[in-house]
Design a protein around this ligand. Structure first.
Ligand code: HEM
Length: 134
C-alpha cells in the first residue's frame, strides 16, 4: 500500500507545536509534500539524485527522522517495509550483475504526481548485456 499521505485521528485533544488539535480531528500528513521540501533537502530537491542516500538515510535527512517517511511511521507503519526494500535490492542486484543501463534517447522527462511521483511516459532504458561467466 503506497500512499502520498498518512492519515491519523486524534483520540484526544493534543498539542502539536503551536497547534491544539481537538479530539477526533483527522490529520493528513503529506509525506509527498515534505519529501519535496527544499528546507530539508536543499534547492536541488527536484533533481533525481539517489546519491543523496549514499551514506544512509540519517545523513541524507541530517538526522531529521520525519523528513523521509516513505513507509510511514509509528505503530501503523507499513508491514511490507522490509519485504519491499529487500525485494527491490535483490531485483536490482540481479539486473545490475547482468546488464548496464543507459537512458533511451526517446525518454521524455516528465515527472508527475499520482499518489507518488512517477514518470508520466515511463522510463525507457537500453539494457547492455555484460560479459560475465555464469
Ligand atoms: C515500495 C513499497 C511500499 C511502500 C512505499 C509502502 C508504503 C506504505 C505507507 C506509507 C503506509 C502507511 C503507513 C502509516 O500510516 O504510517 C503503508 C501501510 C501498509 N502497507 Fe505498505 N508500502 C509498500 C509495500 C508494501 C507491501 C509489499 C506490503 C505487503 C506485503 C504492504 C502492506 C502494507 C499494509 C498492510 C499497511 C497498513 C499497515 C497498518 O495500517 O497497520 N506495503 N505502506
Amino acid at each position: 500500500m503506497t500512499s502520498c499521505s498518512e492519515t491519523r485521528r486524534a483520540e484526544r485533544e493534543v498539542r502539536l507545536g503551536k497547534l491544539i488539535v481537538p479530539a477526533n480531528v483527522e490529520l493528513q500528513i503529506p509525506n509527498l509534500a515534505f519529501h519535496h521540501d527544499a528546507q530539508y533537502w536543499g534547492q536541488d530537491v527536484d533533481l533525481f539524485k539517489p546519491e543523496r542516500f549514499s551514506e544512509g538515510v540519517a545523513k541524507a535527512t541530517k538526522d531529521n527522522i520525519v523528513a523521509f517517511l516513505p513507509f510511514g511511521m509509528g505503530p501503523r507503519t507499513c508491514v511490507g517495509f522490509n519485504f519491499a526494500t529487500i525485494e527491490v535490492k535483490i531485483a536490482l542486484s540481479m539486473i545490475l550483475q547482468r546488464y548496464s543501463i543507459t537512458l533511451s534517447p526517446t525518454y521524455v522527462h516528465s515527472p508527475f504526481h499520482f499518489l507518488t511521483v512517477r514518470p508520466q511516459h515511463g522510463v525507457k532504458v537500453i539494457l547492455h548485456r555484460l560479459n560475465r561467466k555464469e
